[in-house]
Design a protein around this ligand. Structure first.
Ligand SMILES: Cc1ncc(COP(=O)(O)O)c(C=O)c1O
Length: 379
């Protein structure tokens, strides 16, 4: 078996058009936010998501923070979300004084177990945050039905879910609000970036104000008012035109990026599927969900095996990585948690491994990675 110098877990894809668009932004001398490239990105997202309005943000973290303000979260309000998620999902609501009610993962998928949501709903619950782990949809009909029954908001953390669908509806466009990430590790990226998708028109006016430091500057730029004012709380949530120009180049190549990523994902799945006979789990995609090839993961049989597995791959110059540490028993939250066990999420915390997946990962490299994996499990 040939040995590779190093196979990275992620290498950011560059389409080749980023520099040209950035220099257009520089030539225009309009480099701050909400300019030509921001508008081009918004237009493209309007088509992709077919929703009410979209606002670029500097990160998914920022988009989530905007949703917490829009949801009018007050100290003591409760927000429901999976424990197996990125810290920003929770932080956005903690910053407004919320209490988080964490939910375990499903047995067959790291995403939140929808069956465990209703038991934690109280009179103080304000919102359910559905995190589409690995770009694979939560069961949105179940979540929307609960939200309707208890009058709750649904916020989709679609950080990993660009170009992914629930029963053919784009993720991020289904709940009241959706949040995307364009961090360097995502399918399309601009280093750091995000999007707030607004799916209920009642949020549009306030969202634009929060986006622009609490002022109605966006309306001013459109010529709707003759001066802008401090109207509400807000922050500097909008990215510069440099980021928007970069992202626009990526958005134009979305189809090509997605078909290449799916090819890699399918090669992994085909080559590794027999590991299931040994009890190693491969990604599970429910019938209602699409696969956007954001991530290819394996779930080892126990934590010790995962440590040895990652180290075996490292010895073969392959960088495979684990993922989230559960939030319910994190140093920040464990004393605030209500004590419910989260055994499925703990299993993903201890046993899940993500394999390299990036544009340009060659067939030879994929075969080399798969052979190294088989070598581990056959020895
Ligand atoms: C589920 C989830 N939510 C939110 C974020 C935060 O995204 P960003 O880095 O764009 O702030 C991430 C980051 O990877 C994530 O995985």
């Amino acid at each position: 078996m040939d040995n590779y110098k190093h196979i990275a877990f992620n290498i950011a894809h560059i389409t080749g058009n980023e520099n040209g668009y950035i220099s257009d932004a520089v030539k225009n001398k309009k480099i701050s936010g909400n300019g030509q490239f921001t508008k081009l990105c918004h237009k493209k997202f309007n088509t992709l998501l077919n929703n009410q309005k979209n606002l670029l943000t500097t990160s998914c973290t920022d988009a989530l923070e905007m949703t917490a303000i829009l949801a009018d979260i007050q100290p003591g309000d409760e927000v429901i979300m999976p424990t197996y998620t990125f810290v920003s999902t929770a932080n956005a609501f903690i910053l407004r004084g919320a209490k988080i009610r964490f939910i375990d993962s499903r047995m067959n998928h790291p995403g939140m177990d929808e069956e465990k949501i209703e038991e934690v709903i109280t009179a103080k619950t304000k919102a359910i945050v559905s995190v589409h782990y690995a770009g694979v949809a939560c069961d949105m009909d179940k979540i929307l039905a609960l939200a309707k029954k208890y009058n709750l908001l649904v916020i989709e953390d679609a950080a990993q879910a660009i170009d992914s669908f629930y029963n053919n509806k784009p993720l991020g466009s289904i709940g009241d609000l959706g949040c995307f990430s364009f961090h360097e590790t995502k399918n399309i990226q601009c280093g750091e970036g995000g999007l707030l998708a607004i799916n209920d028109s009642k949020f549009i006016k306030r969202a634009e104000i929060i986006w622009e430091k609490g002022t109605n500057r966006a309306a001013f730029w459109r010529g709707e008012i003759d001066k802008y004012n401090w109207e509400d709380i807000g922050s500097s949530f909008l990215p510069s035109e440099i980021n928007a120009a970069f992202l626009y180049a990526q958005l134009q190549e979305l189809e090509h990026i997605q078909s290449s990523r799916k090819e890699i994902w399918n090669k992994y799945f085909k080559n590794l599927s027999e590991l299931a006979d040994l009890g190693v789990k491969l990604p599970y995609i429910p019938d209602y969900a699409s696969n956007n090839a954001h991530m290819f993961y394996l779930v080892c049989r126990d934590g010790k095996e995962r440590t040895q597995f990652i180290s075996h791959l490292k010895d073969n110059n392959i960088n495979a990585v684990f993922h989230y540490i559960c939030l319910h028993d994190s140093p920040y939250y464990y004393e605030k948690h209500d004590g419910r066990e989260m055994s499925n999420a703990k299993r993903y915390e201890e046993c899940l491994v993500r394999l390299p997946l990036w544009m340009g990962l060659s067939e030879t490299e994929i075969n080399y990675i798969c052979n190294s994996i088989h070598q581990f499990y056959n020895s």
